[in-house]
Write a protein that binds this ligand. Structure first.
Ligand code: NAI
Length: 683
């Protein structure tokens, strides 16, 4: 029985017990429906308390029912049934009341919550709107403005804020069921407040809706669902309950089959699959109680903060006292910045800063369970560091490198006990970015690999297993994109046109703006290493800029000019001159480009490289490639990543476009795997 009824005096306690998160499966919906029927018929029942067993209230829809035809009782009917019950229901909320879970609670006459609970309508994050009255009842309880905020962002609110908004009636502590019964018996003694559907709703007027529309469109650029959610709340404010419910349902059903909802579901499931690879099932990770980071530059400081944020004590190792002072200052500035922006309290910032100690003495590494190296991207320097770590660390300590491009096998060559070594490739800024590429070497022990995944879970990050190659998954694709950008520049597309087209596609930044932010020297180093390996990297324009020390924002000029202290890209006549000279030198034919063609020139080769990455066994699953692009490089989540996006557009068309570009020397021909996938329509 997933729904049980017990008596507590004149109250009935309805308990949902459907692990792991009490999702609204058909069985749960039916159980609640039957409970409402039975309790309405029981004259001895004065009120009903709805609680959930386990770690949370009803946390949302049942994801296993996604994409299947809905079976009655339908959620909107169930919520209406509870709302219309003869006996008032009180939702007793702990953990999360999300999506359909919150909609059930909105059907109850009262809501009480533990202080630790959170409530929200995250449907837009799956490309949907609430489908069971969330957009109609919420504004009736909290007002239009707060409802718009909650529903168009999908962000949950904590119990205390929910109480201040009017979403819950009381925040309680102690035994939740006792507290809910106590609250309800007192409330029922007074005159009952109207059910949510009966409440007044004030329409804030045209100006509010215009501004809200502009704000949502700006924040959720390219996304369909947030604007649809806004339209639902507007309908609730402007028309009657029944009409708004019908409009919401219609919107929900239309979005459910939309390409964006499919893309967002794809990423949702990819994220759930990534942290627990089946091949590591049953393998115990090593304990993680204390961490060390070697190198306190951009990445080391960010990694130290990420570790510290989840409560691990961290020691930062630098090469000398001066560098250590800089490294600790880097950590401090991360937390000072967070405190200044109001993300954490100054006291918490101090606590976090104090939890990162520094040392120039390897003896400080003796009790670390995991050491993450983030020194210069130089094989000799890294090798020397690992030789030292081998001597200074416990033999069971996990030793990881954050290298971007170097071969982990070469880095660990001189390391005694190389089974404890692996690559953990964080992204910048490491305390913010969710992605970690986990790169085992052939020598890496399974429990060390499992520890890498356990660390990612502990940090709340998304781990993707990657094989060894130049750039692993993400930077290997990025390298190819840079070549495509060069080809565009040489054949008539300006930096501004390229960046505008890619932003129009949904990228938060254009590829050239992004290079200016991270520095053109990073790829220059990589090309130098490639030349040393006998390769001939293609970057005629970038090489010119590097030779002029135009390295990006940090040198006040890269692909764009930057005003003193400014970050806004200004088109550069110098860059235009360099491009013209490179064109003259290489003799590339000029042509006109549409935005769609520019996007195809950059995105379709990403798909092709992704297919080669799969073919080479560098990525285990196609969805991992999508996760890397979405979480490491800002590829729009609502497109589901490049591989999903290509599949949605049609792989046969992708192959045809790539063949056309290849015939003009503008891209590589489709890989064998991509051609095979085009025959079936999927990877
Ligand atoms: P960085 O130059 O900002 O910092 C490197 C730090 O290592 C410096 O503070 C330096 O004093 C320290 N260091 C050098 N030799 C050392 C030694 N023998 N012992 C202790 N400390 C030493 O470099 P960044 O950008 O932080 O990169 C570090 C590593 O992370 C590189 O391998 C890089 O490829 C990788 N990486 C960088 C990303 C980025 O966006 N910057 C992204 C992902 C990985």
């Amino acid at each position: 029985m997933v729904v049980a009824i017990a008596r507590r005096g004149s109250f009935a306690v309805v308990t949902v017990d459907s692990p792991p998160v009490n999702a609204l499966s058909q069985a749960v919906r039916q159980g609640l429906w039957d409970a409402a029927e039975a309790l309405d018929a029981d004259a001895s029942v004065e009120g009903v308390v709805l609680v959930c067993a386990g770690r949370t209230f009803i946390a949302g829809a049942d994801v296993t029912e996604f994409g299947k035809p809905p079976v009655p009782p339908h959620l909107p009917d169930l919520v209406a049934r509870i709302e219309g019950a003869a006996k008032p229901w009180t939702a007793a909320i702990h953990g999360s009341a999300l999506g359909g879970g919150l909609e059930v609670a909105l059907g109850c006459r009262f809501r009480v919550a533990l202080a630790s609970a959170s409530l929200g309508l995250p449907e837009v994050t799956l490309g949907l709107v609430p489908g069971a009255g969330g957009t109609v009842r919420t504004p009736r309880l909290v007002g239009v403005e707060a409802a718009v905020d909650m529903i168009t962002t999908g962000k949950p609110v904590k119990a205390e804020k929910a109480r201040a908004l009017g979403l819950v009636d009381a925040v309680v502590d102690g035994d939740l069921t006792d507290a809910a019964i106590a609250f309800a018996s007192e409330a029922i003694g007074r005159e009952l407040p109207p059910a949510a559907r009966e409440r007044e709703i004030a329409d804030p007027g045209e100006t509010f809706w215009d501004e809200a529309r502009a704000a949502v469109a700006k924040r959720a650029r390219g996304e369909v669902a947030p604007l649809k959610a806004l339209a639902c709340v507007r309908r609730a404010a402007e028309s009657g309950f029944a009409d708004a419910m019908a409009f919401e349902r219609e919107t929900f059903l239309a979005l459910r089959g939309s390409p964006q909802a499919a893309a967002l579901r794809h990423i949702f499931f990819a994220e759930r699959a990534a942290p627990r690879p089946p091949e590591l099932a049953g393998i115990e990770p090593r304990a993680l109680r204390k961490a060390a980071v070697v190198g306190g530059g951009t990445m080391g400081a960010g990694i130290a903060a990420a570790l510290r944020d989840v409560g691990l004590p961290v020691v930062l190792i630098e090469r000398d006292a001066e560098a250590l002072a800089r490294g600790l200052a880097n950590v401090r500035s991360i937390y000072d910045g967070a405190a200044k922006r109001g993300r954490i309290t100054p006291a918490l910032a101090q606590d976090r800063i104090a939890g990162v100690t520094g040392s120039v003495d390897d003896a400080a590494l003796a009790d670390a369970d995991i050491v993450i190296e983030a020194v210069f991207e130089d094989l000799d320097v890294k090798r020397a560091v690992f030789a030292r770590l081998g001597a200074a660390c416990r033999p069971d300590a996990v030793l990881a490198t954050n290298t971007s491009y170097l071969d982990p096998r070469a880095i660990s060559e001189g390391l005694p006990g190389s089974e404890r070594f692996l690559g953990l490739h964080f992204f910048s800024p490491a305390h913010v970015m969710k992605l970690i590429e986990i790169v085992p070497a052939p020598s890496t022990a399974p429990d060390v690999l499992a520890t890498g995944f356990a660390l990612a879970r502990l940090l709340g990050k998304i781990p993707v297993r990657a094989g060894i190659c130049d750039g692993f998954i993400g930077n290997r694709i990025l390298k190819g994109s840079r070549v495509q950008v060069e080809k565009l520049l040489l054949s008539g597309a300006t930096p501004q046109r390229i960046d505008a087209a890619m932003k129009g596609f949904g990228m938060p930044m254009g590829p050239l703006e992004a290079q200016d932010l991270s520095g053109l020297d990073i790829s220059a180093f990589q090309r130098k290493a490639a030349r040393a390996r006998g390769e001939t990297p293609f970057a005629p324009v970038a090489e010119r800029l590097c030779a002029m020390n135009r390295l990006g924002q940090k040198t006040k000029g890269g692909w764009y000019d930057y005003a003193e202290g400014g970050r806004a890209p200004i088109p550069s006549p110098e860059v235009a001159r360099q491009i013209a000279e490179a064109v003259a030198e290489t003799g590339w034919p000029q042509r006109a480009w549409t935005d769609a063609e520019i996007v195809d020139m950059i995105v379709l080769p990403m798909v092709n490289e992704g297919a080669r990455i799969l073919e080479d066994g560098i990525a285990l699953r196609v969805s991992d490639i999508d996760l890397v692009k979405v979480h490491g490089y800002g590829f729009p989540r609502w497109r589901g990543g490049p591989m999903h996006d290509a599949q949605a557009r049609g792989l046969a068309e992708i192959v045809a476009v790539l063949d056309g570009l290849a015939a003009q020397g503008l891209a590589d021909a489709p890989s064998p795997l991509l051609r095979r996938a085009a025959e079936t329509g999927h990877f």
